[in-house]
Write a protein that binds this ligand. Structure first.
Ligand code: A2P
Length: 273
């Protein structure tokens, strides 16, 4: 999870909304499991972001709202903004956020940021997007961005969850994407979805770190093992998953990049507690 800087913006006397914050209306809420839901808000006309970035989200339910980092899950051309969230029992934000309904207001700080962006990666042949749980959110944005397909011939989206029901967001995303007017043709030709489950029976079982170490992931996808020449990586999940996946990619000779110095893989954290 990202640090939450104290909110120091001046508050508008009429609306009580701080100057650096948008207050936007919720347009859709969908619950997947007792741990996961997604919601959409109206996109402020002036708001711009790069696919893969995150923003700080809060609720107007307190004098000093609690803000948490949320990856934007919608593409940069969309008229709404989508978020995919975990529900943490007793969590300072998600305890309340999970109860939002269409028509409610969500606060969003105006400045997006993040390292899971195409600009932070050197050109390559194939990009792997490694995700667990809600870590799929920034990739839901990136796989809907035509630029991703311009930069890489092949896009491999891995999503690992404990249970089958937790994969639903990604399954739905990819199904809709294949029929999408703007990027459907690109996705059908270049995107591979690799869902895996760790605590229930499923066609592919196990963590991606284990599936790479055993070679099963590469065999399943019919690709050579990862190498620094052709392959690029983007990682989003829990702290332990980030650490282990980073180690695996470094073991294949990939080097971490940033906005200032593009490299062969990038890492982000999108965990909310
Ligand atoms: P597992 O069931 O073996 O712990 P969580 O909800 O705890 O963040 O886990 C989401 C998914 O990420 C689970 O399938 C979990 O597998 C997997 N996972 C947890 N830790 C790691 C890790 N260090 N490396 C790769 N995958 C992980």
């Amino acid at each position: 999870m990202h640090d939450t800087a104290p909110l120091s913006d001046a508050v508008d006397a009429a609306t009580h909304i701080p100057a650096g914050v948008y207050a936007e209306t919720v347009t859709e809420v969908q619950h997947y499991t007792d741990r996961l839901f997604r919601f959409r808000i109206i996109r402020p006309a002036a708001f711009r972001f790069r696919s893969g970035e995150f923003v700080m989200i809060g609720l107007p339910n307190a004098e000093r709202p609690v803000y948490r980092a949320y990856s934007i899950a919608s593409p940069s051309w969309d008229e709404e903004i989508e978020f995919f969230s975990i529900k943490v029992p007793g969590g300072p934000l998600t305890e309340h956020l999970q109860r939002i309904r269409v028509g409610d207001t969500v606060l969003m700080r105006k400045k997006p940021t993040g390292t899971l962006v195409l600009d932070a990666l050197l050109p390559g042949k194939r990009v792997y997007m490694f995700s667990t749980g809600t870590g799929i959110a920034p990739f839901a944005s990136l796989v809907r961005d035509p630029e991703t397909y311009e930069k890489f011939d092949e896009v491999i989206l891995t999503h690992t969850c404990r249970e089958v029901a937790e994969l639903e967001y990604g399954v739905e995303l990819v199904r809709k994407l294949m029929d999408d007017e703007l990027v459907g043709d690109l996705a059908r030709a270049q995107l591979r979805h690799y869902p895996t489950v760790t605590r229930e029976p499923y066609p592919v079982m196990g963590r991606t770190t284990e599936l790479m170490a055993s070679g099963k992931l590469f065999a399943n996808l019919g690709v050579p093992p990862i190498g620094p020449q052709d392959d690029r990586g983007m990682i989003c999940g829990s702290m332990a998953m980030l650490r282990d996946t980073r180690e695996a990619l470094e073991g294949y000779g990939l080097i971490e990049g940033s906005n200032a110095q593009p490299g062969s893989f990038v890492v982000e954290r999108a965990f909310v507690d």
